[in-house]
Design a protein around this ligand. Structure first.
Ligand SMILES: C[S@@+](CC[C@H](N)C(=O)[O-])C[C@H]1O[C@@H](n2cnc3c(N)ncnc32)[C@H](O)[C@@H]1O
Length: 230
């Protein structure tokens, strides 16, 4: 059965997790990166502290830090209860209990909250939502999108996924999406159609195994490249 969520929730991961979910190499870290649907992840805060370039976009950023803190607190109870009711759907190896999950996620989200006001002023956090982003063509070397597309296949339609991928490929040379399961742990019903459509348009698509698995079998990312001509 798996975790059921009515809405897309704010729930954030760390740079260490992003590195593994997206197989980010030291070279990748030096790229100009868009974190689309970045939410309360600490990826931007931690990357900025290391001197790297990340812009995060999310409709969540229209809210104040206090409002986001309240939403995170409400999400905590929903996620922890959902995970405890579906323990077998997760790999309890590095994160060894629901309580540890809560601690690790809350620490990352606190790092985000500490950085948020400063990052808003620096335009590192931008209020915008797929499928329409306020960036010029090919602004970024790499766009990453974690736990939004495919994860929320019940809430977001196939057409939305196709439009969103097109938009990400308009603003970035390469797009990486993780995971390819929905939040309940089922493979997204849209993956095959998204790959077929992008391939037919001449994009290079690849499903890659990654060295990260918390949702059981959630250890694959989709990588899509622009194919350069001439
Ligand atoms: C589960 S969180 C994931 C946050 C982060 N990427 C991570 O993995 O730690 C999903 C995020 O997607 C954002 N979101 C929802 N609809 C969106 C849209 N249309 N475009 C961009 N982000 C969206 C939500 O506000 C939320 O912050």
């Amino acid at each position: 059965m798996g975790l059921k969520l009515d809405q897309i929730v704010p729930w954030g991961r760390s740079l260490a997790e992003y590195r593994r979910m997206f197989q980010l190499t030291p070279n990748d870290l030096h790229k100009k990166i868009l974190d689309c649907g970045g939410g309360p992840a600490s990826f931007n805060a931690e990357m900025t502290q290391l001197g790297h370039s990340v812009i995060s976009c999310d409709p969540l950023y229209q809210f104040t830090a206090n409002e986001i803190r309240d939403r995170i607190a409400a999400t905590y109870d929903v996620i922890l209860a959902g995970v405890k009711a579906n323990l077998d759907n997760y790999v309890w190896r590095e994160i060894d209990s629901p309580e540890a999950l809560g601690r690790i996620r809350m620490a990352a989200m606190q790092d985000f909250l500490n950085d948020f006001e400063w990052g808003l002023q620096a335009n590192r956090y931008q209020v915008s939502a797929l499928p329409s982003l306020p960036f010029l063509n090919q602004t970024f070397d790499l766009a990453v999108c974690s736990h939004l597309l495919f994860s929320y296949s019940r809430q977001l339609s196939l057409d939305f996924h196709l439009e969103a991928m097109q938009e990400l490929l308009r603003v970035a040379d390469e797009v990486r999406i993780f995971p390819l399961l929905d939040v309940s742990g089922e493979p997204s019903p849209y993956l095959t159609a998204v790959i077929a459509e992008l391939s037919s348009q001449g994009y290079r698509t690849q499903i890659q195994h990654v060295d990260y698995e918390f949702q059981l079998d959630g250890n694959q990312m989709l990588v899509v490249h622009q194919v350069k001509h001439g």
